[in-house]
Design a protein around this ligand. Structure first.
Ligand SMILES: C[S@@+](CC[C@H](N)C(=O)[O-])C[C@H]1O[C@@H](n2cnc3c(N)ncnc32)[C@H](O)[C@@H]1O
Length: 281
């Protein structure tokens, strides 16, 4: 990220969710605040994304990863989990929409301090008030350990915790990703949902070119992709970090589960993944 500047890719991710509401009627992921949180520039952002048909697969992946994560949280809340952390929250609106405040779910939003300060300003500008169930903690995941920062914000590490970590892993160095996973993997009953990309050399030539173009666009705005993971090696890393259950959805699994695609999940080949990993209580 650019030093002292809020994340620009956070605007892009929120833009895709808003475009999904408009172009796909929120068919995979309903987010009634997605457009609101984009503020005055929202119509231009959504129009820009809508004009380019080539953006459709990215938009649907972004919708599916949020849907998967919120479905996993729903199951966790049903099991009694009452703490959720949104890591690298950007303009994610879950904390503002949480239907679980009345059952006592506390939400901790963690982000790079510059992005979080900007989000808080943005919320005030668009008239969205964070509920009392939400606590904000500015943390640079490249430089600060998560545990003490969230303890200072009031989290209770003796209670099971659910972690959203969407759209963040590629922007962190591998060491920072593994340090955070190592911390979460040491928490009994914890669960994390995150997305990642395979190394570009795994991709067939045409998709590799598309991914290289996307990587070049994020690098050009100062947020290069710093880490990729091979699915089999990542699974080993997660088990070594303490996770007992791993569910890793590739493109084909996502298409079959959320987009009504015909064919076998394994047909789609390499691409982005969304994964949940849980620690036994
Ligand atoms: C592409 S945005 C995704 C935002 C949000 N999770 C979403 O899906 O809309 C990337 C997010 O990662 C955060 N991020 C990047 N580097 C970070 C770091 N070193 N520490 C904490 N957050 C970081 C950015 O501030 C930004 O909110």
């Amino acid at each position: 990220m650019n030093e002292g500047q809020p994340s620009r890719t956070a605007i892009g991710a929120a833009g895709y969710r808003a475009a999904h509401q408009l172009l796909d009627q929120g068919s995979v992921f309903r987010d009634p605040l997605a457009r609101t949180i984009l503020g005055a520039e929202g119509d231009a952002i959504v129009a820009g994304l809508s004009a380019d048909a080539a953006q459709q697969p990215v938009r649907m992946f972004m919708a599916a990863r949020s849907r998967f994560a919120e479905d996993c949280l729903h199951a966790a809340v049903s099991r009694g989990v009452r703490q959720a952390v949104v890591l690298g929250a950007g303009l994610d609106t879950f904390s503002l929409r949480s239907p679980y405040a009345e059952v006592g779910l506390r939400v901790f939003e963690v982000d790079h301090p510059a992005t979080q300060a900007w989000k808080l300003q943005r919320l005030a500008q668009v008239g969205l008030t964070p509920p009392a169930s939400t606590t904000f903690a500015g943390v640079d995941l490249e430089r600060q350990p998560l545990g003490p920062a969230l303890a200072a914000a009031g989290i209770d590490w003796d209670r099971p915790t659910f972690f959203f970590w969407l759209g963040v892993v590629p922007y962190l160095r591998r060491e920072a990703v593994l340090a955070t996973l190592g911390f979460i993997g040491g928490l009994p009953g914890a669960e994390v949902v995150f997305d990642y990309s395979e190394p570009l050399e795994n991709f067939p030539p045409q998709r590799r070119a598309e991914m290289q173009a996307l990587a070049a666009r994020t690098a050009a705005i100062g947020e290069p992709w710093l880490s990729h993971f091979d699915p089999a090696a990542l699974s080993d890393d997660l088990r070594n970090a303490g996770f007992d259950l791993i569910e890793d959805l590739g493109m084909g699994d996502i298409a079959a589960r959320y987009l009504g695609a015909p064919g076998q999940p394994s047909d789609a080949g390499p691409g982005p993944h969304v994964l949940r990993a849980a620690v036994a209580p």
